[in-house]
Design a protein around this ligand. Structure first.
Ligand SMILES: Nc1ncnc2c1ncn2[C@@H]1O[C@H](COP(=O)(O)OP(=O)(O)OP(=O)(O)O)[C@@H](O)[C@H]1O
Length: 365
């Protein structure tokens, strides 16, 4: 439930559609032979109140994408609608006004070193022409919200990285935005501080009903606070899903790469050396299984062995909690004849498990 003290008087939601809607968005840097097409026909919708992550490798186009949402980068083609308003048609004062609805935080905080914590948070309000009394009334609860009321007169050089990011968050919220953009906001922080900042962002999302779009290269960030996630590669959104679905059944090779990297569930090295890509006359498959929902609490493996007439040798297994969902992961050898193991894989697939055949090993080896 949004908190009253951060309400946006006179600024009701203009649209009943998504809070952020990017349509057919492309961005090319430069021209001629050296041109770089950083974004290619991106379509993305973020509903009001959602936390939406975009993950990708370095150079995939994440920063360009998020900077197009507030027109820090002007897209080459396409549409950017925030709360129903088309931003690409705006410039000058009208664009500045629209940007009050969109706060942003950065990897390196971007605080002004010559200004105190209080003055950094007050800055956007000064630029908006808010009077001093109102600024005082608005900054104090923001510092409370981010847990820095006792640091109001300190300077950025006297703060830790996590505290600097808290100041940046308070500053981003000063104009009472509807959207918060987070550009690798925790990448410069240690894991403990990252957790605390992500908790704060989640708390703000819940208390203020703020829509958050974040970009990251860290699955941990997605796992911890995002509702939905998009995967970007070569400037294209190649996959988009609910976070629970993405972690249980990524649909692309790159999605699997991110997941495996995060889970670090790899077959033992000795087995990898024996893996062959194609089945042979005397091989059996090695599979990686990911399962969520009811499958986690069902004795599927013993049923599989019984019903398909195979043996199952479990090589690695773990259970992860992804927000409210449980994800089971396993690497196993399915030991049996070609027909039986093919039937076993089909059986697993019909029970909503994500099955990846990693390769095949000689039965007698
Ligand atoms: N101002 C620019 N001029 C020219 N090319 C650019 C510019 N900014 C980014 N690029 C190029 O656009 C592509 C996407 O860059 P972008 O910074 O959006 O990727 P990213 O996913 O955020 O990468 P990283 O995680 O390394 O920050 C890259 O090939 C990059 O070199």
């Amino acid at each position: 439930m949004p908190c009253d003290c951060f309400a946006r008087p006179g600024a009701p939601t203009q649209s009943t559609g998504p809070m952020i809607k990017l349509s057919n968005l492309s961005k090319t840097y430069g021209s001629g032979p050296g041109a770089v097409q950083a974004l290619k026909t991106i379509d993305l919708e973020v509903p009001e109140g959602a936390i939406h992550g975009v993950i990708g490798l370095s150079g995939a186009g994440k920063s360009t994408l998020i900077r197009c949402v507030n027109l820090l980068e002007r897209p080459t083609t396409g549409s950017v609608r925030v709360d129903g308003q088309e931003l690409t048609e705006l410039s000058g004062a009208a664009l500045n006004q629209a940007r009050h609805q969109i706060g942003m935080i950065f990897q390196h905080f971007n605080l002004l070193s010559s200004r105190s914590v209080y003055a950094n948070v007050a800055l956007p309000l000064e630029l908006m022409g808010v009077n001093k009394t109102e600024i005082r009334e608005r900054v104090a609860p923001l510092l409370d919200l981010v847990g820095l009321a006792d640091k109001r007169d300190q300077y950025p050089s006297q703060l830790s990285g996590g505290q600097k990011q808290r100041v940046a968050i308070a500053r981003a919220l000063a104009s009472r935005p509807k959207v918060l953009l987070c550009d690798e906001a925790t990448s410069a922080l240690d894991p403990h501080t990252t957790g605390a900042i992500l908790d704060l962002l989640q708390d703000i999302n819940r208390r203020l009903g703020l829509t958050i779009l974040l970009i990251t290269h860290e699955m941990e960030v997605v796992k911890r606070i995002c509702h939905r996630v998009g995967l970007i590669s070569g400037g294209e959104l190649v996959e988009e899903a609910e976070v629970g679905d993405f972690f249980t059944a990524p649909r692309t090779e790159l999605g699997r790469h991110f997941l495996n990297d995060f889970l670090q569930l790899e077959p033992p090295a000795a087995l990898v050396e024996r893996l062959e890509p194609a089945p042979g006359a005397h091989t059996h498959p090695v599979v990686r299984l990911a399962f969520g929902g009811d499958a986690v609490s069902t004795p599927l493996i013993s049923r599989l062995a019984r019903e398909c007439g195979i043996d199952v040798s479990i090589l690695e297994a773990k259970v992860e909690s992804i927000q409210e969902r449980t994800l089971g992961l396993m690497i196993a050898e399915l030991i049996g004849g070609a027909e039986e193991t093919a039937r076993a894989i089909a059986y697993l697939e019909t029970h909503d498990l994500d099955v990846e055949v990693l390769g095949h090993v000689q039965r007698d080896a």
